[in-house]
Design a protein around this ligand. Structure first.
Ligand code: GLN
Length: 490
């Protein structure tokens, strides 16, 4: 499977039809899915129908000398927390088991308008709460590089699908690292945009002040194209910003000259696996060789990101998830009284991690504790944001590891939620500060598992971090390595 940019070229030249491409995609999914389990729902018939329609439209445009929408006929996958009109959207939860949204999320709508074809919905931790997809009510996704390991999460299905080359691009969401960490674990490129850059309308809310819609792709170039098509103000999301969206073509910068890259010393703590630190340092050395000015910086409040995030995100989640009561969406537990319907529906259909977060969040917001927990967390969040603002006065972008480790074994953290939360240490700060980040592969550990590096940039400077990631990908081929999830069987 080629990158989206390459596939679009072949579609434009007529070298392949959308029908052929979509059939290839479906066949590859059918072959690999038993080993990977990236999808919760597949829509092959609808996709093939859309592919035929795209081919007709392209032929007609060719005859009339007209242009076509930029993604016409390109198959993609969508994380199952994004609403898709007419396609089941479960959030990885039993409480939305057969929910079919009557409308598309704005990000999905814009990509469909641009001609993209949805082939399926990808697995996720329940309501995007998790770092491994193990919290999905429908089973874990397997990392294509080693099927006994997790793909990361919560957009693990999307990352695994792109890594296994089932689809060229998949949408994800990132509230605390859910695009970047699975991208890192699966060896693909993952973009988390600035908060407010892409409309959240139709994204089923987890932590509303942190949620972003992002992209998993093979290259930074593809991520830039998709960002460009999804981004921009939306009257349906009051937090979406009216800021010019960068053009998809990355500036033809030749090397890193003139770019000041800050490396936060707090991101190389004792818990980091030596192979991860080594690969990240090697990538930084290469960037320095290519002209970057690489220097150490400090983001002094980094260590508070885990406690701050795990108060704010559950607090917001406890409010957002109040709407799932068995009355309006999904299945319902029958009972005598209204309160019992709520009680039994929520009791039976939410999984253990979601319940834990609702309880944590409700506690943190309750009278008498509000100031000590939620209020305090908001104040420290401001300090974390200021760390970034101060850093960006001196440097252009920040480079850091994405996660302290490579993909861990399925089950490694399931008995100990705190140890799972601690895995998020390097991704949470960007969400708390609202800044954009892009993760991409920079090497492998001794077991052959991918290692990621992330660039973080100032608000609305996706152009800068994508351009830098693109430059690195021009000079290296880590992003071209492809796993074989069936290796053990064949
Ligand atoms: N792992 C983090 C959590 O469990 C982040 C998840 C996300 O970004 N959706 O909340």
């Amino acid at each position: 499977m080629h990158s989206a940019t390459q596939l679009l070229k072949s579609l434009t030249s007529g070298e392949i039809s959308s029908r052929e491409l979509t059939e290839d995609v479906i066949a590859r999914i059918e072959r690999l899915e038993p080993a990977v389990r990236a999808f919760l729902t597949l829509t092959p018939e609808e996709a093939l129908q859309a592919a035929d329609e795209a081919d007709r439209r392209r032929a007609e445009a060719r005859r009339n000398g007209e242009s076509v929408p930029p993604l016409l006929g390109l198959p993609i996958a969508v994380k199952d927390v994004l609403s898709t009109r007419g396609i089941r959207t479960t959030c990885g939860s039993r409480i939305l088991e057969n929910y079919v949204p009557p409308y598309d999320a704005t990000a999905v709508h814009r990509l469909k308008e641009a001609g993209a074809i949805i082939v399926g919905k990808t697995n996720t931790d329940e309501f995007a709460m998790g770092s491994s997809t193990e919290n999905s009510a429908y089973g874990v996704t397997h990392n294509p590089w080693d099927v006994e390991r997790v793909p990361g999460g919560s957009s693990g299905g999307s990352a695994a699908a792109v890594a296994a080359r089932m689809v060229p691009v998949a949408l994800g969401t990132d509230t605390g690292g859910s695009v970047r960490q699975p991208a890192s674990f699966c060896g693909v490129t993952g973009l988390k945009p600035t908060y407010g850059r892409v409309s959240r309308y139709g994204l089923i809310a987890y932590g509303s002040s942190l949620d972003t819609v992002g992209v998993l792709a093979q290259t930074a170039k593809d991520a830039a194209l998709f960002l460009h098509l999804m981004a921009g103000q939306d009257p349906l999301d009051a937090t979406s910003m009216d800021v010019p969206v960068p053009p998809p073509s990355l500036k033809p910068r030749e090397d890193f000259h003139g770019l000041k890259i800050g490396v936060p010393r707090e991101y190389f703590t004792e818990g980091i696996q030596p192979a991860v630190a080594k690969a990240v340092r090697a990538a930084l050395d290469l960037m320095a060789d290519m002209g970057a000015e690489v220097r150490e910086i400090s983001l002094p409040h980094t260590e508070y990101a885990v406690p701050v995030y795990y108060l704010i995100a559950p607090a917001e989640a406890s409010a957002n998830l109040a709407r799932f009561d068995g009355i309006r969406y999904g299945p319902r537990a029958e009972a005598e009284t209204m309160w019992d319907v709520f009680y039994h529906t929520r009791g039976q259909l939410f999984g253990p991690e979601v319940k834990r977060r609702i309880m944590l969040g409700t506690y943190a917001l309750s009278a008498g504790y509000y100031d000590a927990y939620y209020g305090q967390a908001q104040k420290v969040r401001t300090l974390i944001k200021r760390d970034f603002e101060r850093a960006f006065e001196e440097i252009d972008l920040i480079a850091a590891p994405v996660a302290p480790s490579t993909a861990f074994r399925i089950g490694a953290h399931t008995g100990d939620p705190l140890s799972m939360y601690l895995e998020d240490i390097f991704t949470l700060p960007a969400n708390l500060a609202g800044v954009p980040g892009v993760a991409f592969p920079v090497g492998f550990d001794d077991l052959g598992l991918p290692i990621g590096l992330q660039f973080m940039g100032p608000h609305f400077r996706e152009d800068l971090i994508l351009e830098a990631a693109h430059l690195y990908q021009q000079a290296t081929d880590w992003h071209r390595h492809t796993p074989d999830p069936l290796a053990d069987e064949e």
